[in-house]
Design a protein around this ligand. Structure first.
Ligand code: ADP
Ligand code: ADP
Length: 227
């Protein structure tokens, strides 16, 4: 059955409707691309699915539970333990080293330093980034920084990775490398990936794509009762 679902979700910014009865169903282990024109509601949908925004109406289901009904503390806890995030820019702490950045989600989750740093090191080895461990992330190229961001998103072994234009700031070669890495790791781990993108080559890495237009989503799998 679906791992994550939006059911008839509505969300407005003041009087601007951003999502109108948006429904979407994502299976465990699926790599789903969310496409559509700028301003169509893709980011808003991603934020609702990730429990960052609460819908004005409709329901978000994660793993058999109503995500939108959890209180803030429980939602933050779920985001920290079950979800990982990769954004276009700015998510690394530039003054910290690569190893510190990758260990950070574990340290914030109260994993001790003696476990967090070896796990961060292991993730960096898998991404072939171990030689960068002591570098400050402010000194990295865009492609290196996105690989580190992926290492950081995956280090907690999340069930779902949410990626909003993860290759948007990269040239096409670096973008393809970043996407291949994300998809390859996700498949090895069985991680579900939801990626918002304008780039058809990024979407081509996904198992499936849905299109958002004017706040509406066309997903043939939405609304099937599979639980
Ligand atoms: P996309 O990700 O497809 O570009 P968004 O979800 O960012 O679309 O935006 C959907 C609509 O909501 C657009 O009309 C956008 O201008 C509007 N919007 C998004 N964020 C805000 C905001 N913080 N305040 C007001 N309007 C917003
Ligand atoms: P994207 O297309 O990737 O969503 P945008 O440039 O549309 O990027 O949005 C960047 C930021 O600006 C987001 O945080 C979004 O919520 C906010 N935003 C988008 N549209 C508006 C708007 N009309 N008014 C205020 N904030 C907005």
């Amino acid at each position: 059955g679906p791992l994550l679902e939006a059911r008839s979700v509505e969300r407005s910014y003041g009087r601007t409707p951003a999502l109108r009865e948006a429904s979407l169903s994502v299976r465990a282990g699926e790599i789903l691309a969310i496409m559509g024109p700028s301003g169509s509601g893709k980011s808003t949908l991603l934020h609702c699915l990730a429990g960052i925004f609460t819908p004005d109406a409709g329901e978000i289901w994660f793993d058999g539970r109503r995500l939108d009904l959890l209180n803030d503390a429980r939602r933050s806890e779920l985001r920290r333990t079950a979800f990982g995030f990769v954004f276009q820019f700015g998510q690394l702490v530039p003054e910290l080293t690569v190893a510190d950045n990758v260990a950070l989600p574990l340290l914030l989750g109260r994993v001790g330093r003696r476990q967090a740093y070896p796990r961060a090191g292991e993730m960096l080895r898998r991404l072939r980034l171990e030689e960068l461990g002591e570098r400050r992330t402010g000194e990295l190229s865009g492609g290196q920084a996105q690989r580190v961001a992926i290492a950081r998103a995956l280090v907690t072994r999340p069930k779902v990775i949410f990626a909003d234009e993860p290759t948007g700031a990269l040239d096409s070669l670096a973008g393809e490398e970043v996407m291949e890495l994300l998809v390859g790791l996700a498949r090895q781990e069985g991680t579900t990936v939801i990626v918002v993108t304008h780039d058809a080559r990024v979407a081509a890495c996904a198992d499936r794509e849905v299109v958002v237009r004017d706040g509406r989503v066309t997903d043939p799998y939405a609304g099937q009762v599979l639980r």
